[in-house]
Design a protein around this ligand. Sequence first.
Ligand SMILES: Nc1ncnc2c1ncn2[C@@H]1O[C@H](COP(=O)(O)OP(=O)(O)OP(=O)(O)O)[C@@H](O)[C@H]1O
Length: 208
Amino acid sequence: MIIKADQIGKKYRREWIFRGVDLTLSAGNSYTFVGPNGSGKSTLLQVLAGMQPASAGKLTYNLPDGQLLDDEDWYRHIVLAAPYLELIEELTLSELLYFHVQFKPFRPGLDATTLMDRMQLSHARNKEIRFFSSGMKQRVKLGLALFSEARLVLLDEPTANLDRQGATWYRNAVEELLTRPDCLLLLGSNQPDEYDFCSNVLDVTQWK
Ligand SMILES: Nc1ncnc2c1ncn2[C@@H]1O[C@H](COP(=O)(O)OP(=O)(O)OP(=O)(O)O)[C@@H](O)[C@H]1O
């Protein structure tokens, strides 16, 4: 997976959030977008993920064999965990995993039972998501992102609402993901301990 951004920009009404972004993001690497509150990290991640249209410039997505992904294919290859994305609150955890796997398989060797175990949430398998604490919900979002079969993993504020044990769990899971040469990891963060393993740290204020 290679994402090429050619002079992309995003504006809301008359305000440019960022512009002139030229990037080549390649699988086997991680990239972290940093900057103060409101600087455009989440917006840039969403535009790079194809979830929001760019207002200017061009984005292309290539697989290693040079194949270009079209819109329909694209969504099979990405996962995003972010505070602003909601889980389906009426489902139990078991039901949610069953629903999710219909659209996106888990990584090889994982099923719903092992995944709940990896999320350290087996005890809550029959509880509805709406009764989960914010930290438990965050583990579910991260678990679905980190343990699903996807070539592009986007994590926005990954340790939001996690306690110290949860932050260690995140750290171990993300380091395991980084051993996969076929995976491209993009992070949005302003917490250094969420991304200090990452060698490509990009300040979004350079694109104001
Ligand atoms: N849908 C929208 N309509 C108008 N303005 C928006 C919209 N979404 C975001 N913005 C504006 O875009 C700017 C960047 O917001 P964004 O959420 O990308 O920043 P951020 O760096 O992720 O912030 P934080 O660190 O607080 O999460 C902000 O000024 C925000 O108000």
